[in-house]
Design a protein around this ligand. Structure first.
Ligand code: NAP
Length: 413
């Protein structure tokens, strides 16, 4: 079923399915929620088909058939362009806004085309200010590290401010030259003429709501610490501000449930320990002592770099899920691209979108479903019946198709 295009649901569907609501800071999830999905371009349909089977089987098995997802297709990317002449129809954005939670496969970004990025549009429209990337090891996956299982972090990356605010001026442009003149004459700044300029705004409001989300997650999931990652030794007011505001919100809103690292030790019983690390040191720490870190809260650029570096430590981006979450809105997605050369071959790994689904269920409070999906994936990897990308790296593995891999996950749910 496609929203926006058909516009209405058949009567029997309407009677059974309900929208997810968000009230007083909490998700209200019916037993039969409607969840919009974008299958994605290139290999998107292959991995979405497989993922959907895993989701439906996991929900059915865990709930004994009591719960069921009503998937609602919405269009974006090439499929949307073919059917509507628009890469990102307004109906798609409206449907996500109405249903609050959605999941998407990868989308082609046409080079030189006039399409605005779906992610940027969604972030702005729904104020999805936290990009959440859990990074953990799955036993058996080849990794460059000696003890990859020691890394198990959830990275909360600020998703609106910092370099994502997009204030940048080309070298030699009238805007850059005017700004250089202004900064030089007004504030005595020393800038080489003809430079390009970028501005990174970071606010107390934006930083604190991100850090608060990370702390809430740590408290909810029983994680031991939240580490603020910043380059405040050099950028004292933006990155340094992030650190200061992060500790401030921890103290003011979660004072009885958090404790600064300096005061931790015997007194921290049950409280989330608040730490901070300078960005470059954090990269080293994740390699050398990964088990000392649990939840990470970072400004936009730091979080971007850390997410991919951490994913590489546990075997790459192939199994890395992601979610963009705001207050009462969330869009989950595979983190890899469309891998167009494999499109329609039933070949690529659906793990990223499947784990993004597990994240979605966890966010909605269906922890049992999320756990079942992860269990299924762990079992499939242990069985060594794997898609080509993992099979080529693992001795004694059998290569299977995307759909056969999904079947194998379902066997282990
Ligand atoms: P890509 O699609 O991620 O593919 C790069 C390589 O990564 C593939 O050739 C393949 O490696 C491997 N790969 C990707 N997905 C895989 C999967 N599910 N299973 C196994 N291996 C996988 O990156 P790209 O070629 O740079 O980008 C292609 C298109 O995707 C572009 O239009 C880009 O804009 C878009 N993109 C979209 C998103 C998004 O929507 N979130 C993100 C990134 C890129 P091997 O060749 O070694 O097999």
């Amino acid at each position: 079923m496609t929203a926006g295009q058909s516009g209405v649901f058949p009567r029997e569907f309407r009677q059974m399915a309900e929208r997810i609501r968000y009230e007083n800071g909490r998700w209200m999830v019916p037993d039969r929620p409607i969840i919009p999905f974008i299958e994605g371009d290139g290999t998107g349909p292959d991995i979405w088909r497989a993922a959907r089977r895993v989701f439906d089987a996991s929900v059915a098995r865990v709930s004994g058939g009591k719960r069921q997802i009503h998937w609602l297709e919405i269009l974006a990317g090439e499929k949307a362009f073919k059917q509507t002449g628009n890469w990102l129809p307004d109906a798609t954005l409206d449907t996500i806004r109405t249903h609050r939670v959605a999941i998407k496969g990868p989308l082609t970004t046409p080079v030189g085309g006039g399409i605005r990025s779906l992610n940027v549009a969604l972030r702005q429209l729904l104020d999805l200010y936290a990009c959440i990337r859990p990074v953990r090891y799955f036993e058996g996956v080849p990794s460059p590290m000696r003890e990859p299982q020691k890394l198990n972090v959830v990275i909360f990356r600020e998703n609106i401010e910092d370099v994502y605010s997009g204030i940048e001026y080309k070298a030699g442009s009238p805007e850059a030259d005017a700004l250089i003149t202004f900064l030089t004459e007004r504030f005595g700044a020393n800038i080489r003429p003809g430079s390009a300029l970028g501005i990174k705004p970071m606010s107390r409001f934006g930083s604190q709501r991100l850090v608060a989300k990370a702390i809430e997650y740590a408290l909810r999931s029983g994680r031991r610490s939240v580490t603020l990652v910043h380059k405040g030794n050099i950028m004292k007011f933006t990155e340094g501000g992030f650190r200061e505001w992060g500790y401030e919100i921890a103290r003011e809103r979660f004072g009885d449930r958090t404790i600064p690292e300096a005061e931790a030790g015997k007194r921290d019983a049950g409280r989330v320990v608040m730490k901070d690390r300078i960005t470059d040191a954090m990269f080293a720490q994740l390699v050398l002592r990964p088990d000392e870190y649990s939840v990470i809260a970072a400004p936009n650029l730091n979080g971007d770099l850390l997410s991919d570096a951490a994913a590489a430590q546990v075997g790459g981006l192939g199994l890395a899920p992601g979610g963009n979450v705001g207050d009462g809105f969330a869009v989950f997605e595979a983190t890899h691209g469309t891998a167009p050369k494999y499109a329609g071959q039933d070949k690529v790994n659906p793990g990223s979108v499947i784990l993004s689904g597990a994240m979605m269920f966890e966010e909605l409070g269906w922890n049992d479903v999320a756990a079942a999906i992860v269990r299924g994936l762990e079992g499939a990897i242990r069985s060594r019946r794997l898609t080509y990308d993992l099979a080529r790296l693992m001795p004694a593995a059998t290569e299977v198709s995307t759909s056969a891999f999904a079947e194998c996950i379902i066997e282990h749910v």
